[in-house]
Design a binder for this molecule. Sequence first.
Ligand code: IPM
Ligand code: MN
Length: 351
Amino acid sequence: MYKLAVIPGDGTGPEVIREALKVMKASCARHGVKYETTHYDFGGDRYLRTGEILPENELAQLRKADAILLGAVGHPDVKPGILEKGLLLRLRFELDQYINLRPVQLYPGVDCPLKNKGPAEIDFVVVRENTEGLYAGTGGFLRKGTPDEVAIQTSINTRMGVERCLRFAFDYCRTRNKRKELTLCGKTNVLTFAFDLWERAFNEIGQKEYPDVKRNYAHVDAICMWMVKNPEQFDVIVTDNMFGDIITDLGAMIQGGMGIAAGGNINPKGVSMFEPIGGSAPKYTGKNVINPLAAIGAAAMLMNSLGEKAVAGEIETAIKFVTGNKLKSLSAGKMGYSTQEVGDLVVAALK
Ligand code: IPM
Ligand code: MN
């Protein structure tokens, strides 16, 4: 019996999570996989009502879950940064989810903004470091609000943090398929301290522990260019927190948009959290028009992380059937179906 924590969150989060839970329930029932869910009402509404973001006692409960499913974080009436840092980043840090795993895969039937690129060309995974870098929150102001003010924000790169991320990426790359090509995305020509450490660790670990995995290096700006020009050259990309954040939004666009992009915040030995990577989409809230496939894909990733490969595989196949045979578009309001109906289509396609 798995214990799953569910955080629907802000905006359209609850709508897409409802569909993800519906699909998960149907698939798990078919495979005899048992779980119980506990819902947490974290997010903008609770913060505005009570001032609470992530109370200690509830965080303690989350630590005991087998996995977490998260909808979205971000509320139009809350100043940017408060919920993002207080909830999403705090969860990633407190639960030491040091990997952000973001598959970039173009599903059948999905419009791709790149000319002459199809599912065969767009199929790679980004392994983003998720607890360090510029996200560590190191820095501060001096003389804030005066003409002489100074703002400093420092990128933290520990040997331990970089090594564990690289090892995860090498392991993942080794078993993903037969290509076994890992690309380090950095900026060694300018960030000559941070990415010097990354590059040395990459080569040392690769040479010693993963001689069967081919190593490539590319600067982040070149990666952006190639993700558009020749995305087929990528198998697995590993990078730091900030670059990973940026290139995975580009990745989401080439796989058809935020409506389909799912990701996992992973602690390989602890509690992992899965989420659709698009935001809370306040303007679509409550309209039953947002695409739930990213959240459903996140549920599949969650099941995969628990070792329930049959459930995960079945949900993924059903998503592909729905994109390939049913939806007109992945965009909110243009799918030809409501949020709820897309969930029903996926359930119907389970087999
Ligand atoms: C993401 C988001 C977050 C991030 C924000 C909401 C803090 O953009 O998950 O990619 O920057 O990591
Ligand atoms: Mn992002």
